[in-house]
Design a protein around this ligand. Structure first.
Ligand SMILES: [Zn+2]
Length: 179
C-alpha cells in the first residue's frame, strides 16, 4: 500500500513536513485505487494523534494531507511512522503491550502495567495472532535471518527487539494492508 512514510518518526517532524510549503513528501506516486499518477493536494483531515502532550502542550489536532486522484475522483493519504493507520494508539504503545504478552505476562498484569483496557489488550493480541502467518511470510522473505525463529512468539520477540513494531509494519505496508 505504501501508506506509511517510515522516514517521519515523530509528530514534530510530521508537523514541519506538513506545514512547510515546499514539502510534498506525503504525495503518493500513484493512486492506491486505480494506479494513476498525478495526484492533487486536497486539503487535510485531522487526527487526535498526540497521546502524550498535556492539554496546553498537546499537538492535537494533527493535520494529515489528503490527495485527490482526478481520474477516479477518490482521495487518499499517507501517514508518518508515529501514527498507526486505523488505530487510536500509536505503534509504540501497541509494541509495549505486545512485548509484555510475548514475554509471558498475563492479560491482567499487562493491563495494570500499561493502563490499557482489557478489551484493547485482547484485541491487539488477537490481531497479531490472526495476521501472524501472513506477516511472518513476508517478513521472512525480506529478512531471511528471521527464519531461524520457528516459534511464533520467539519470532515476534525478535522482530520487536531487532527493529520495532512500527518499522516491521512500515515494511509490511508495502505489500499488505496493515494493521
Ligand atoms: Zn485513482
Amino acid at each position: 500500500m505504501h501508506r506509511i512514510l517510515s522516514i517521519v518518526t515523530t509528530l514534530e517532524q510530521h508537523l514541519i513536513a506538513v506545514t512547510c510549503a515546499d514539502s510534498d513528501i506525503y504525495r503518493p506516486l500513484a493512486c492506491p485505487y486505480c494506479g494513476m499518477g498525478g495526484l492533487w493536494r486536497h486539503g487535510c483531515y485531522y487526527r487526535k494523534a498526540d497521546r502524550c502532550g498535556m492539554n496546553s502542550k498537546s499537538l492535537n489536532p494533527v493535520p494529515v494531507p489528503r490527495y485527490l486522484c482526478p481520474p477516479c475522483e477518490r482521495t487518499c493519504s499517507r501517514l508518518p511512522l508515529c501514527i498507526a493507520p486505523r488505530r487510536w494508539f500509536d505503534w509504540a504503545m501497541q509494541q509495549v503491550v505486545l512485548a509484555l504478552l510475548l514475554a509471558g505476562c498475563s492479560i491482567h498484569h499487562c493491563c495494570r502495567c500499561t493502563c490499557r483496557a482489557r478489551s484493547t489488550v485482547r484485541r491487539w493480541r488477537d490481531w497479531l495472532q490472526s495476521r501472524s502467518e501472513e506477516f511472518c511470510f513476508y517478513l521472512r522473505s525480506r529478512f531471511p535471518e528471521l527464519g531461524r525463529h520457528a516459534d511464533r512468539d520467539a519470532f515476534w520477540r525478535h522482530v520487536i527487539e531487532g527493529r520495532s513494531l512500527a518499522q516491521a509494519m512500515a515494511w509490511l505496508d508495502r505489500e499488505l494492508v496493515v494493521p
